[in-house]
Design a protein around this ligand. Structure first.
Ligand code: FAD
Ligand code: DLZ
Ligand code: SF4
Length: 522
């Protein structure tokens, strides 16, 4: 039993780690751990049904695990009478119940929630200690120091700092193992006919998960997505099994086929570990150490291992640093002045564009699409079609089981939409149908023809690409990484250019805007 005035430790839904900074140093007899299912978090966008199920189920399993280990957990369910609906409201109720000597909390991942937490010292009579989230490698201050005075925040430079800091893939004399820092050039193989990725482990819903599924069906039945194939790991034990399978069976080919896409193959050689990493069920640095060990043991080549480690200590850390550096403000950036509404087919999947239809199907069925689908199919389409950043942000935040604003927003605003004007990406990731054809098997059976550039039946990515380049010429022409493209455009005769622009416009005019109630409660 905790003492009379215990320390109250609120643990948020993406802080499901036994070694969380706020629990470290606490003893079981002086601590009450508070976990809260709250309406505000469940509905600030209309999250995919699998995302809510995953988070609530993982929270309930984590609470049970802590209780089994002898901790006192005060767990508030969504349907509990008097649930206040917000973190602050629930902490206030818990303060009434427990009269704590102190509140100890780890900073939130999202700016929105952190703003609320920072009001707690004024709201509550007891001391409030807000601790850094040291599950990340770089602190906010370290990232700010690194970014200061840099004209461009190049991920590769930051990544090298993280390699040095962690010692991952470094030799004793401070050189990158294998000789190069980055093996991305070896990681762009198109899919092969005989490719047969081993299946990702699936985790059958247990009683706790099934209870949550009923709750989600009941309360969030109008949210996007299906619960039929809910197979995510919901405990650290299950997540460890998923990681074991990745290191045993898929890491070898992770690198070469990182950018490949195959119709109906929803995971390829990807790790499928982002949901577990983001929830706190897996430690990102431990995963990188295991990847390095696979290289040392001769079980995976350097390009696969370096590629995996770069995604985690490079991109993931950089994205988080970038988010905190640019918030608030990043969410309202719209430097390309994109105003078109998100097309309805992003929610219904009803489009003849086979690549998009497959990515949306996977998103609907699994609350997941792999990186290159998010970037070069869905993201590329939103960029070229000029979809407004707010709609795109809401969609990505709602539909992916691994989506939290700190990771979704820089990827959407900076990486795919260039809405920050090029702070994150040195050039827009714009591509015609040719790229998708090279890296996938989508085009073979599409009702559009990827080799047709204009007119009826032409792959829409082809004219949209030139429509995008033409309408943003003023901004992009001076960018040395993209400027050369305009000489190709200028070499075309006027009739060809008009053909491109007219075909694109005709296509854009066919798009039905989505109703905003898909993403947010009115
Ligand atoms: P793998 O391909 O196996 O990669 C290994 C790990 O690297 C991932 O688990 C993830 O932790 C990390 N990683 C890889 N790329 C990125 C990246 N660009 N940013 C941050 N971490 C990265 N990832 C999220 O976790 N949440 C999101 O909300 C999210 N939104 C995205 C939106 C867009 C537009 C794009 C282009 C990417 C987004 N990503 C997001 C990154 C990436 O697509 C997912 O992390 C990845 O698909 C998860 O599958 P995986 O675990 O099999 O990844
Ligand atoms: C995403 C989410 C959802 C859907 N619901 C909850 C919840 O009810 N309780 C909770 O603690 N966390 C939830 N989360 C995750 C939070 O949104 C996440 O912890 C914060 O956004 C991080 O700042
Ligand atoms: Fe996508 Fe165009 Fe290929 Fe069809 S032809 S699958 S729309 S890239």
């Amino acid at each position: 039993m905790p003492s009379e005035n215990p320390v109250l430790v609120p643990v948020l839904g993406d802080q499901l780690t036994r070694t969380l900074a706020s629990l470290r140093g606490q003893t079981k007899d002086n601590t009450v751990i508070l976990m809260m299912e709250v309406w505000d978090e469940a509905t600030y966008v209309k999250h995919h049904k699998q995302k809510i199920t995953l988070i609530f189920s993982a929270m309930r399993h984590f609470a049970a695990e802590l209780e089994d280990a002898g901790w006192s957990v005060d767990y508030v369910k969504l349907t509990d009478e008097d649930n206040a609906g917000s973190f602050t409201g629930e902490v206030a109720r818990a303060v009434e119940r427990h009269d704590p000597s102190m509140i100890r909390v780890v900073e939130a991942g999202e700016w929105r929630v952190q703003q609320a937490i920072e009001e707690w010292p004024d709201k509550f009579a007891c001391e409030v200690e807000i601790l850094p989230d040291d599950r990340f490698i770089a602190t906010h201050a370290e990232f700010r120091d690194w970014a200061e005075d840099r004209k461009h925040l190049t991920m590769e430079h930051f990544y090298r700092e993280m390699r040095r800091k962690t010692g991952l893939l470094m030799t004793d004399d401070g050189k990158p193992k294998g000789g190069d820092w980055n093996y991305d050039k070896d990681n762009r193989e198109p899919p092969k006919d005989e490719m047969d990725p081993p299946p990702v482990p699936k985790f059958e819903p247990d009683d706790i998960t099934r209870d949550v599924m009923k709750l989600v069906d009941d309360k969030f039945g109008d949210h996007f997505g299906s619960l039929e194939k809910f197979e995510w790991p919901v405990t650290s034990e299950e997540a460890a099994k998923a990681a074991d399978a990745f290191f045993a069976e898929r890491i070898e080919k992770f690198g070469p086929f990182q950018d490949a896409m195959v119709h109906g193959s929803d995971d390829m050689y990807h790790s499928m570990l982002s949901t577990s990493i983001n929830l706190g069920l897996l430690d990102p640095v431990e995963l990188c150490k295991r990847a390095e060990q696979a290289y040392e043991d001769g079980k995976a080549p350097i390009n696969s291992v370096e590629g995996f480690i770069r995604q985690i200590i490079g991109w993931r850390e950089y994205i988080r640093g970038f988010y905190w550096l640019h918030m608030p403000g990043l969410e309202s950036d719209n430097k390309l002045n994109a105003q078109r509404a998100l097309p309805e087919f992003f929610w219904t999947g009803e489009t003849d564009m086979r690549c998009l239809a497959d990515c949306i199907r996977s998103t609907h069925d699994n609350a997941h699409a792999h990186h290159i689908q998010r970037l070069m199919v869905l993201g590329n389409f939103c960029l070229l079609a000029g979809i407004n950043p707010r709609d795109v942000q809401d969609w990505y935040l709602a539909v992916y089981a691994d989506a939290y604003e700190w990771v979704e927003l820089p990827n959407v605003s900076g990486m795919i939409l260039y809405a920050d004007g090029g702070n994150l990406a040195t050039k827009p990731y714009a591509a015609s149908g040719n790229y998708i054809n090279k890296m996938s098997d989508y085009c073979k059976e599409c009702s559009y023809s990827v080799s047709k550039k204009t007119g009826d039946g032409a792959c829409p990515f082809n004219p949209l690409y030139w429509h995008f380049m033409d309408r943003h010429r003023d901004r992009l022409e001076s960018n040395h990484r993209i400027g050369r493209i305009y000489s190709n455009w200028d070499r075309m005769d006027d009739a060809k250019k008009s053909d491109y622009l007219e075909t694109a416009q005709k296509f854009l005019d066919t798009l039905t805007p989505a109703d905003s109630s898909w993403a947010r409660n009115e």
